[in-house]
Structure formats: structure tokens, C-alpha cells
Design a protein around this ligand. Structure first.
Ligand code: ZN
Length: 178
């Protein structure tokens, strides 16, 4: 089961999908026992718009839950515009990573994006720590990515050609991204 739905890339699309019954989020099979025919089972709420100001914010955002009638366990899927276990979405993270990959210092990144030093350092360290594993999976699928000379050029090429959001959606099929 894909934990992230790559086709829902904005909160507007997410709200439309829920208004239309939310079936687009229903997994074909239970991720635990593989049985099909999952039932709607309410929702939980997530904050998703960290950068919006309070009056315009649509937080908290409902995430649909599904119940397996066989094993009684629940599951849910996120739209691509909400990153698992992250406060900010992938788009903001992409802006920061591209600045760092282009050679900006932590200080410059903070100034240009108004994000805290600790947030930027965390994202940089996350990519650094997972880079080998992510690179292996991505190059296995897209051999043309193997032509880059160093890790920074690799990530610039990946982000520019498929965006960080869709890269993480794809990787999340096989890996736990965070
Ligand atoms: Zn099940």
C-alpha cells in the first residue's frame, strides 16, 4: 500500500476528495493482512499549513481512516501535500535543500526562507543520512540518474526532474521515508 497518494498535491484537492466521499484514499487491500474491502472509519486530524497565518489557516486537516473487517486494524493515507511526521510540506523542504545544495550556508538559508536553524539543520542531516539508501533505490529505477558526478549534483537532478514531493511518494512505496 502506498502510504502517500501522489495524485493529491494540494489541500484544495484533498478537501475536494473528502467532499466526494474520500474513496480515492481507500486502499485496495489491508496493509496488515492483505484482505480487500476496507471500510471508512472516521478520521484523525493533522496540522498541515504551518506557513499560513491563523485567520486563513485550514488547520487541522482531516485525514481519513479505514478499518479492516478481518483483522480490525486501521490504516490511512496522506495526500502528497502533507509529509509524514513533518510539520512542513515537502515543497518547503525542497526550497531549503536546493539552497543548501547550491552552496548556501545555514545562515543564508535561514535568512532566505525564514526557517529556524535547527529545522534547516535537521532537513540537511536527514538527506545526508538517507542519501545512500535513497540513491540506490532511485538509480535502480532510473539508471540515467547514475551519470551525476557527486551526491549534490545527483540530488539537484532528482529534485529538478521529479520534485522532492514525487520522489518521496515513490520512495515511500518501499521505504519508510522519515
Ligand atoms: Zn486486515
Amino acid at each position: 500500500m502506498n502510504r502517500i497518494l501522489g495524485t493529491i498535491t494540494s489541500l484544495d484537492q484533498h478537501f475536494d476528495a473528502i467532499a466526494n466521499g474520500g474513496d480515492v484514499y481507500r486502499p485496495a487491500n489491508c496493509p496488515h493482512c492483505r484482505l480487500g474491502g476496507l471500510w471508512h472509519h472516521g478520521c484523525y486530524h493533522r496540522k498541515a499549513e504551518r506557513s499560513a497565518n491563523v485567520s486563513e489557516s485550514r488547520n487541522p486537516v482531516a485525514i481519513l481512516r479505514f478499518l479492516c473487517r478481518a483483522c480490525q486494524r486501521t490504516c490511512s493515507r496522506l495526500p502528497a501535500c502533507i509529509a509524514p511526521r513533518r510539520w512542513y510540506d515537502w515543497t518547503m523542504q525542497q526550497v531549503v535543500l536546493l539552497l543548501m545544495l547550491a552552496g548556501c550556508s545555514l545562515h543564508q538559508c535561514c535568512q532566505r526562507t525564514c526557517r529556524s536553524r535547527s529545522t534547516i539543520r535537521r532537513w540537511r542531516d536527514w538527506l545526508h543520512a538517507r542519501s545512500k539508501q535513497f540513491t540506490f533505490f532511485l538509480r535502480s529505477r532510473w539508471p540515467e540518474l547514475g551519470r551525476t558526478a557527486d551526491p549534490d549534483s545527483f540530488w539537484i537532478l532528482v529534485i529538478n526532474s521529479m520534485s522532492l514531493t514525487q520522489t518521496m511518494v515513490w520512495l515511500d512505496q518501499d521505504l519508510i521515508v522519515p
